[in-house]
Design a protein around this ligand. Structure first.
Ligand code: PLP
Length: 354
């Protein structure tokens, strides 16, 4: 029985990745040992990290002027690590939701934050535009995809200062020029792997700008120097991320993912716009291809719709607890067939209850 997994995070992973991951838990590379019980200093695990790093670079289109590490503590730890390492005076932030707000809160512990723009006035239902980025700041921090609300930046600002981006929920989902960014981070559990590892990509020259005396575990320079192995890394989470990156690579990379994600989003949103029983909650131009938020025209019929979803083996469609309604997350690993199943349920709901 196929379950259609629309969960916002941890999110859907390719079946073949899960199968390979399961096999490695029992026997990694015919060693007779589980991946979970071997040294991270051994050749099998070093090769996993090397492959993951080179695939990250390939699919972001970046070269050796960037360092790539896998850290722990989730994307939330990056909310603190970023300012601890790089906020020496003032930093600019774009507030596009809960995750951005949390990043701002942590930055305030280390220096002055300049709020460039915010979409809080309409509960983050759009991406602010036409703002000015100050030049007297250490960096400008943005969130490319706002997982909770279903908004996404599909073009990025030309920044006069280093551009930092939380890409947790849309990394590798469409083509971007990685070279536009000085620092990118992403908790891997949305589009790459299980919870437990966070990808951090940063320009090596940034490491020179670390002024503060920091605990070693919070210092990017130490993790870069240790090639993600300053201490025991989350091997399994990185292994699954590597498998997902190999899956992406074999299928045609981010170009392939972009086509597929665009097709899924078009299929879903055209039904949302056509169907009288469902209403989108964000501005059309800022709709995310990863997370699609909507509410019901007749909220009293929610339970009926939920029953139909269950019958169709659709899982994980509940909206975030802070916004309610529904959210269909359609990460890289989701096939268009699953989106079609959801669309069919929406159509059938309208026929029966409209
Ligand atoms: C899920 C998410 C986070 C939080 O990630 P954790 O790994 O749970 O700390 C941060 N930013 C974005 C955009 C997210 O989607």
């Amino acid at each position: 029985m196929k379950v259609h997994n629309f969960s916002a995070g941890p999110g859907i992973l390719p079946k073949e990745v899960l199968q390979k991951a399961a096999a490695a838990c029992l026997d990694v590379n015919h060693s007779g040992l589980s991946l979970l019980e071997v040294s991270h200093r051994g050749k099998d695990v070093i090769a996993v990290f090397d492959t993951a790093v080179s695939l990250v670079k390939k699919h972001l289109g970046i070269g050796d002027d960037y360092a790539v590490v896998f850290l722990q503590g989730g994307a939330s730890m990056q909310f603190s690590m970023v300012p601890a390492n790089f906020l020496n005076g003032k930093a600019a932030y774009l507030n596009t939701g809960v995750w951005a707000s949390k990043a701002i809160k942590e930055a305030e512990l280390y220096g002055v934050t300049h709020l460039v723009a915010s979409s809080k006035d309409r509960n983050f239902a759009y991406i602010p535009k036409g703002y000015n980025i100050p030049t007297d700041v250490d960096y400008f921090h943005i969130t490319s995809n706002n997982t909770i609300y279903g908004t996404q930046m599909r073009t990025f600002p030309e920044s006069p200062v280093p551009l930092f981006c939380d890409m947790s929920s849309d990394i590798f989902s469409h083509r971007i020029d990685g070279n536009k960014f000085d620092l990118i981070y992403a908790g891997v559990q949305k589009n790459m792997g299980p919870a437990g590892a966070t990808l951090v990509v940063l320009k090596k020259e940034l490491l020179q700008k670390i002024k503060r005396t920091l605990p070693s575990m919070l210092n990017y320079a130490i993790h870069v120097e240790g090639e993600s192995m300053y201490n025991t890394p989350p091997v399994f989470a990185v292994y699954v991320s590597m498998l997902t990156l190999e899956w992406l690579d074999t299928n045609g990379g981010v170009e392939w993912a972009e086509k597929r994600n665009k097709a899924k989003a078009e299929l879903f949103y055209s039904e949302l716009d056509r169907n009288s029983q469902f209403v989108g909650t964000v501005d059309t131009e800022d709709r995310s291809w990863m997370n699609a938020n909507f509410v019901m025209a007749a909220p009293e019929k929610e339970e009926i719709f939920k029953g139909m979803l269950k019958e169709a083996n659709i899982n994980g469609l509940a909206g975030h607890r802070s916004v309610g309604g529904f959210r269909a997350s359609m990460y890289n690993a989701m096939d268009i067939d699953s989106v079609q199943v959801l669309v069919d349920v929406m159509k059938s709901f309208e026929q029966k209850n409209g």
